[in-house]
Write a protein that binds this ligand. Sequence first.
Ligand SMILES: NC(=O)c1ccc[n+]([C@@H]2O[C@H](COP(=O)([O-])OP(=O)(O)OC[C@H]3O[C@@H](n4cnc5c(N)ncnc54)[C@H](O)[C@@H]3O)[C@@H](O)[C@H]2O)c1
Length: 348
Amino acid sequence: MSKTVLVTGGAGFIGSNYCRYILQNRPDDRVVILDALTYAGNLSTIADMQSNPATAGRIKFYPGKIQDEVVVNGVIEAEKVDYIVNFAAESHNDKSILEPGSFIQTDVYGVFVLLDATKRHNLERMLHVSTDEVYGTIDNGQFTENSPIEPNTPYSASKAGGEMQVRAHVITYGTPALTTRCGNNYGAYQYPEKLIPFFVTRLMDDKKVPLYGAGNQVRDWVYVFDHCAGIDRVLHDGKIGEAYNIGSEGERTNLEITHALLRLLGKPESLVKHIPDPRGGAHDKRYSVNADKLRALGWKPAHNFEETLEQTVRWYVDNQSWWREITAKPDYQAFIARFYGKYLGEDL
Ligand SMILES: NC(=O)c1ccc[n+]([C@@H]2O[C@H](COP(=O)([O-])OP(=O)(O)OC[C@H]3O[C@@H](n4cnc5c(N)ncnc54)[C@H](O)[C@@H]3O)[C@@H](O)[C@H]2O)c1
């Protein structure tokens, strides 16, 4: 039976790829996007789906904030929504250190509005897309879903705050909500503030890349379509009220990622500039999650890291108009100046 999925934050990186995932894998379902089009959201990110005659009739876009209950409830009523999958977030850790307030507005209050709307309209399910960063850092071993929630940055704390809203609404009101916690994603359409697209787009122009410290932070890198498949599995088969880790056992240091990008683009090591870590003690050293609970639902990562990293780099090489439109914008230039300005005068 045909379902309508409200994808909040669907004009961003993972949300747009989740829309592609639904359009490809659930041929009867419709996608409705609600996105505030912050600096990280772009209509060009969803233009392929809107202009393709095979999918155009199954996707609709609404501008708006998830904190705006009038807009959220209006879209749900107008489109007869069955499920909400929430990707809308302020998602950049470094930015959260400079302006944490906007993170609380979207990542905590916005989640409350979506939960309230889920209850009010008797929706079938709401899935809140969270992050492995809510657990904090782990030197050895892996976090399970029962590990303590110990976020260390304003970003991860705001995501944890959203999760606590989910938990409380499930317990207090019986709202049919679930949570996923995934590791670092990579793939097409990622805003070029995050490590891989930031470095790829700079290296392509022979600009230096700023690596924090020695680059020995360890992240579990998950290909975005594996994340989307995991979300879809939890949305349909997960147990209400539960959280599910999504991880690929793809641990690599930031330095290893940097070297892989240099290799794929044929660029020299001299383009790497080590800079002091602006997050200081708040920069989590290692994230690692155990995804056995999700694997028990039948999911497993389906993509090879080396192949998909190469495909991702090729996507940025082949789709320069997408990211050059972003990097030419004043707000992007301001981001570079704000975070890396003091190194630009040197040799960045
Ligand atoms: N990127 C990762 O590696 C990663 C890993 C695990 C979890 N996550 C989570 O996945 C989700 C999506 O991440 P992403 O990397 O695609 O982020 P993104 O920054 O690329 O996209 C976020 C989208 O949300 C929209 N948005 C922001 N505030 C909004 C608001 N108040 N109302 C409506 N729309 C709003 C933006 O316009 C943008 O389109 C986030 O919740 C993030 O915490 C990301």
